[in-house]
Design a protein around this ligand. Structure first.
Ligand code: SF4
Length: 288
């Protein structure tokens, strides 16, 4: 009989819990319709659950069609200043669920942009990164991997005589960020300041996940297809345990993954709900 363990450290991070709890409180108190500006969490199953409870989704292009007085929730990733101005102009009420960790990072990026060239190591177009670039007045340069950083350095976009400050999106891999910092150091030397801006919850999850992935024969990693943190953590799992498989839900499990296997571990991203991890663990047991 295969032993199945659900990673006790997987599940929503504090920022996502706070945003979802706030939305559920609002809806349960009959506060009227609540619009989330973008997906409140990058997980399709959890979004479907919240939609049933009355949470609707909107995007920046559709804000003009909301009636004045409507309520919009800003998710944990945060938003650039232009979004707040637009919501204000439209007379829309705001419930701001920007994660406190992201809020502090936005303030640090804004301060840095006033004195230095700013480079952000993050995913181009990711909402958190758009918020950070907005707080930098659009002056931050974004690179998402080592290749892009090399390209930036050879393009001449950075002035080697000026100070450079490097920040990471909160959910990037600590290993990849350290590598990017080392590459930038060869260019900027002492003029580089590297900010420790990876979320502590994400950084500790990397360590815990490495131990978890190593102690099972097979790893089933559960995350939504659009989760940036999910992609990073899944690749991290695979680097530790090559028999790692990523799924969105129990219906994607394949019996052959568990042939001659003594133990399977189920884990997920900071956007994966605990209930979904438990459903997957039960489904693996039922495959036997
Ligand atoms: S990963 Fe960290 S910074 Fe990002 S929302 Fe979650 S708690 Fe906040």
């Amino acid at each position: 009989m295969i032993k199945v363990e659900t990673d006790p450290n997987s599940g929503f991070c504090g920022g996502v819990i706070r945003a979802i709890t706030t939305a559920e409180d609002f809806l349960s108190k009959g506060g009227g319709k609540l619009w989330s500006l973008g997906a409140i969490v990058h997980n399709e199953s959890e979004l479907a659950r919240l939609e049933k409870r009355g949470l609707a989704m909107t995007d920046k292009d559709s804000l003009g069609s909301l009636a004045p007085g409507s309520t919009v929730l800003i998710r944990a990733h945060g938003e650039p200043p232009a979004t707040y101005r637009r919501l204000n102009e439209l007379g829309i009420k705001v419930i701001d669920c920007t994660c406190p960790v992201v809020l502090r990072l936005q303030a640090r990026v804004e301060e840095a942009a006033a004195r230095s060239q700013v480079v952000i190591f993050g995913k181009i177009g990711h909402p958190e990164v758009l918020g950070l670039v907005g707080r930098a007045g659009g002056r931050a340069l974004v690179v998402e991997d080592a290749g892009a950083l090399e390209g930036l350095l050879s393009s001449g976009a950075l002035d080697p005589q000026k100070r450079v400050e490097l920040f990471s999106q909160t959910t990037m891999s600590p290993e990849a960020y350290a590598q990017a910092a080392a590459t930038l150091r060869t260019f900027a030397g002492e003029r580089l300041t590297v900010h420790n801006s990876i979320c502590a919850q994400v950084a500790s999850r990397h360590k815990e996940l490495a131990e978890f992935a190593a102690r099972h024969n097979v790893i089933v990693f559960v995350s939504g297809s659009s989760s940036s943190n999910g992609k990073v953590l899944y690749q991290w799992c695979r680097s530790i345990n090559p028999r790692s498989f990523r799924i969105s839900g129990p219906e994607e499990l394949q019996q052959e993954w568990f042939k001659d296997v003594a133990s399977a571990g189920v884990c997920g991203a900071t956007s994966t709900p605990k209930w979904l991890l438990d459903n997957v663990a039960s489904a693996i047991k039922n495959l036997q």
